[in-house]
Every structure is written in structure tokens, then in C-alpha cells.
Design a protein around this ligand. Structure first.
Ligand SMILES: [Mg+2]
Length: 166
């Protein structure tokens, strides 16, 4: 349940060829520390170009964030993407809304995000493939320290599993 299908250093490692190999035709994208740095309101450097490349390759994209509409809406529109805000990940109903907007079967969808306990679990509960990415920047504060602490064993297990497969 906790292990992502893929763990990548950033969205920039996601290519149309990789997705094709997984049978993925649409991505549900987290925002904070996935498409923009923590506490930034703009796309991280290179994100707009990456979105454009995906779009040109026929990959459908939608944003799903637990952040507020006032933050997610303007951000999504700079990237010309549809969005779901206040998605309450890992609960499935926000992601269900995203799936309805994509109009595609869940088996062809992957969620991409930087957090195991919201993005990856939410994706699993929704029947999506799951791609965990490293956060662009380190967050501050005790709540974040705790969250990241509990993610560590998951990442270690992912790496162990991967090295066993080799
Ligand atoms: Mg995030």
C-alpha cells in the first residue's frame, strides 16, 4: 500500500516513453514540491516546458492538490491545466473528481507526488499507478520533520526491492 511503483528524483525523469512502457496515458499531478517549490507560487524552473512536452505527446494532465483554491487555481491556469483543489488526499473523493475530469480509465492513470501519506496512498486507494518524486526543497517545521521521518522506511524498502530485482 505504501510502496510507490516508481521513485524518481523529480518530474523531469518522467518521459512519454516511460509512461508508454507503464501503459499510462494520464497523470494526476500534485502541486507543492512536485510542480513548484515549497512556499513558492510559481512553477519550478523547467516545469512549464515539461508540461508542454507531455501535452504534445498526448499525455492528459490534471492537477490535484490539498491546497486551497486561491493557491491552486491561479497556479494551474499559468500551466493551462485543469485542477482539483482541497482534494483531501489520501481520501479518494478528490481524486475521483480528477478522474472524472480526465474521462479515462483509472488503470491508465498515474498519480505523481512528493508525499507517501497523501499522494501515494491516495493514488493506491484510487486504483492509479503511483510515482513518488523527491521534493524540490526541504520544508521547515516539526510537522514536516515528522512526516518525512515516517516516509524514510518506505523509501528504504523501495530501494531494497529495486536492488533485489536487479
Ligand atoms: Mg506535495
Amino acid at each position: 500500500m505504501l510502496l510507490p511503483d516508481l521513485y524518481l528524483s523529480s518530474i523531469f525523469s518522467i518521459t512519454p516513453e516511460l509512461l508508454k512502457g507503464l501503459g499510462v496515458e494520464a497523470l494526476v499531478l500534485d502541486v507543492d514540491n512536485t510542480l513548484r517549490a515549497y512556499k513558492s507560487d510559481r512553477p519550478y524552473k523547467g516545469v512549464s516546458e515539461w508540461v508542454e512536452k507531455m501535452r504534445k505527446s498526448g499525455i492528459s494532465l490534471i492537477v490535484a492538490s490539498n491546497n486551497l483554491k486561491s493557491s491552486v487555481g491561479p497556479f494551474a491556469s499559468t500551466l493551462k491545466l485543469d485542477y482539483v483543489s482541497m482534494s483531501f488526499k489520501p481520501l479518494p473523493f478528490g481524486l475521483k473528481r480528477a478522474l472524472r475530469k480526465l474521462k479515462i480509465d483509472r488503470s491508465k492513470v498515474a498519480i505523481v507526488g512528493d508525499q507517501v501519506f497523501t499522494d501515494i496512498i491516495g493514488g493506491r486507494l484510487s486504483g492509479f499507478r503511483t510515482i513518488l518524486v523527491k521534493p524540490f526543497v526541504a520544508e521547515r517545521g516539526i510537522f514536516w520533520r515528522i512526516r518525512r521521518f515516517f516516509e524514510k522506511p518506505v523509501i528504504i524498502r523501495y530501494n531494497n526491492k529495486k536492488s533485489r530485482r536487479k
